[in-house]
Design a binder for this molecule. Structure first.
Ligand code: NAD
Ligand code: WQD
Length: 342
């Protein structure tokens, strides 16, 4: 029997590459489109190595509608996942038009082409950034979204709105927006993981690069927040668990289980972890000493946020499984593999 195929836009990236592995292992074929603006084609070689699958990889920009259209003309698929976006919060403040153009044009092209070619199922990468600084923890999908604090965050809010409106008009299509909390870690094979360009802005890549001796010292941004140990709290979600949430979303749509044609799910563990806890746990599980210091607060940081994942657990049938220990171990194994550390 012919397998169902999924178009993975931005599939060579961090979350996309892990999702390709999980889709293939769940019995799907995948076709990847990427412009490699923040990734390397070799990531897909590694996915091929992990899975043994053949994966068509098309170098194209999703903002280039004619190039994107060729993918629809050539390949048959009923579902697409849209990872292709620019994601650096700080850069989005400096280059807002790049973020609005890339993140919104690529999405609008995808919706138009899916509608034109009758490809019904779409999964969208949203973010907990849409909740801003929540008044109450944990956040549910009903927690009000707040004004975005960066152009990047705003593209996620606007993208959700575009999708909601498009799904009202295109009733033969379905979208699931997954609001990721903080994705971290790497595949247990250590063949794929996060590849930050330049100085990492996110916590775990900075931690692993510090442990590898590439960065001198981790700065912990603030220990005077109104939290139990004074550092910020996040919900760190393992990237393999996160990848599996996409498989659950695709299954739900292809099996006709959606209750509405636009649905939203929080994808997190439900567990809030502070920056200090994470740094200490990283040292403990990997048996090493991490050079870190307390530094001033970082402008624009949310004090605390963690997910209520009940809806994803009960409706989507997905649950985070890997422990924080396993995830932090996988993050360090990936860094060691990249740097050739024994
Ligand atoms: P990533 O940068 O590793 O992956 C994005 C991929 O899309 C890259 O391979 C990049 O080359 C590609 N790409 C970007 N613009 C493109 C375009 N116009 N055409 C074709 N390819 C394009 O990022 P990621 O961490 O894997 O994130 C994937 C998605 O999840 C993004 O939409 C991001 O905003 C969202 N997200 C990420 C996080 C996070 O912390 N990593 C959290 C919440 C949401
Ligand atoms: C986590 C915590 C920092 C680096 C960002 C985006 C968000 C989402 C996920 C996409 C914070 C602290 C960090 C360091 C530190 N992405 N930290 N020292 O800020 O929660 O979210 O990525 O949608 O939109 O804003 O993630 O990893 O940058 O920070 O102390 O060197 O680690 O202050 O408390 P953040 P992060």
């Amino acid at each position: 029997m012919k397998k169902e195929c999924v178009l993975v836009c931005g599939g060579a990236g961090y979350i996309g590459s892990h999702t390709c592995v999980e889709l293939i292992q769940a019995g799907y074929d995948v076709v990847v489109v990427d412009n490699f603006s923040n990734s390397e084609p070799s990531a897909i070689d590694h996915v091929r190595r992990i899975t043994g699958a053949e994966i068509p990889l098309i170098e194209a920009d999703c903002c280039d509608r004619e190039a994107f259209r060729k993918v629809f003309e050539k390949y048959e698929f009923n579902s697409a996942i849209h990872f292709a976006a620019s994601k650096a919060v700080g850069e989005s403040v400096q280059k807002p038009m790049l973020y609005y153009r890339n993140n919104l044009t690529s999405l609008m092209n995808l919706i138009d082409l899916m509608h034109e070619f009758n490809r019904p199922n779409l999964v969208f990468s949203s973010s907990c950034t849409v909740y801003g600084e929540p008044k109450k923890q944990p956040v549910t999908e009903q927690t009000p979204r707040q004004e975005a604090t960066s152009p990047y965050g705003n593209t996620k809010k606007i993208s959700e709105d575009i999708l909601r409106d498009a799904m009202k008009a295109y009733t033969d299509m379905k979208t699931i927006a997954l609001r990721y909390f903080n994705p971290i870690g790497a595949h247990p094979s250590a063949l794929i993981g996060e590849l930050p360009r330049g100085v990492p802005q996110n916590l775990v890549p900075y931690v692993t690069q510090t442990a590898a001796g590439i960065r001198e010292c981790l700065s912990i941004f603030g220990d005077d927040y109104p939290t139990p140990d004074g550092s910020c709290i996040r919900d760190y979600i393992d990237v393999v668990d996160l990848a599996k949430a996409h498989v659950a979303a695709i299954n739900r749509m292809t099996q006709g289980k959606s209750e509405a044609n636009f649905e939203v799910f929080n994808i997190g563990t439900g567990r809030g972890v502070s920056v200090l806890e994470l740094a200490n746990k990283f040292q403990q599980v990997n048996h090493l000493k991490l050079n870190y210091k307390i530094a001033p607060r970082r402008e624009g940081d949310i004090i605390a946020i963690w997910a209520d994942p009940t809806r994803a657990n009960t409706v989507l049938g997905w649950k985070a499984e890997r422990t924080l220990d396993e995830t932090l171990e996988s993050a360090w194994n990936w860094e060691k593999h990249l740097r050739g550390i024994e």
